[in-house]
Design a protein around this ligand. Sequence first.
Ligand SMILES: NC(=O)c1ccc[n+]([C@@H]2O[C@H](COP(=O)([O-])OP(=O)(O)OC[C@H]3O[C@@H](n4cnc5c(N)ncnc54)[C@H](OP(=O)(O)O)[C@@H]3O)[C@@H](O)[C@H]2O)c1
Length: 262
Amino acid sequence: MKTILITGASSGIGEALAIEWSKQKNISLILAARTRSALEKISGLCIANGAESFVMEMDLSNAASIDKAVIEINSRFPRIDIVVHNGGISQRSFAKDTTMDVYRRLMEVNFFGTVQLTRSLLPKMIENKSGQFVVVTSIVGKIGTPQRSGYAASKHALHGFFDSLRAEVCHDGIQVTIVCPGYVKTNLPFTALKADGSKHNQMDVTTANGIDPSVFAQKMIAAIEAKKEEVYIAGAREVMGIYLKRFFPRLLSKIVAKARVV
Ligand SMILES: NC(=O)c1ccc[n+]([C@@H]2O[C@H](COP(=O)([O-])OP(=O)(O)OC[C@H]3O[C@@H](n4cnc5c(N)ncnc54)[C@H](OP(=O)(O)O)[C@@H]3O)[C@@H](O)[C@H]2O)c1
């Protein structure tokens, strides 16, 4: 039996991952997020597909909530094979307008929550000498774009943390896979924070035209199974941006300054 913990499993990419994995044999899923009702519905679909599935309420911005969930996970499951750090929120605001509270909330959910969960699960994984951390960052984790200064910072920070962690834990049989999505058609824009901390609460054209979440999840599972270190699952233009940044950074800066991001 392969035991997989997915954060942000109540919607979008996390939901699609759970459904796709539940179609495989011998899968035990732990579905984590704040919205229990959505998790229970998705968990029911996974069980109907033949997987074992458990629901775990967890707020990534609340240290006590993460601690409580980890105690329960460690008491129920002798081993976690894959941890997918997927829960997150985005941003729609210019740096000049954005409050410090918004920056702190983005870092709290996307970065500190993920780091705390990783640190809490790590001792048992090191003891077991096995496991894989999968981190969902973004193309914006490689390239900063307008109206995403805090979101891009939180995703860049994840690259730094998990590249360092990879070097530390590879000797313990633990792998790190960083997944950088381009636009995926999910509800992410609705919960994105505006300059004053209120929600954007609408869909964007870019996201509406993004990759279908179930297609994305299939590609992501293939990358995880291949134990890739870093993978870009995105449209050709978005992936090209990463290579332009590496080889022609000034050209990329000009393109990004004109890019449509909502
Ligand atoms: N969609 C895209 O175009 C895109 C592109 C690049 C990267 N990504 C990344 O993909 C990941 C998944 O996003 P998505 O597109 O699937 O969006 P989504 O449908 O809005 O899903 C976000 C998930 O994160 C969870 N979440 C939000 N705040 C949380 C908190 N404080 N504590 C725990 N869980 C929390 C949500 O669950 P609850 O609200 O129930 O807690 C939800 O399950 C994110 O990390 C996002 O940055 C998405």
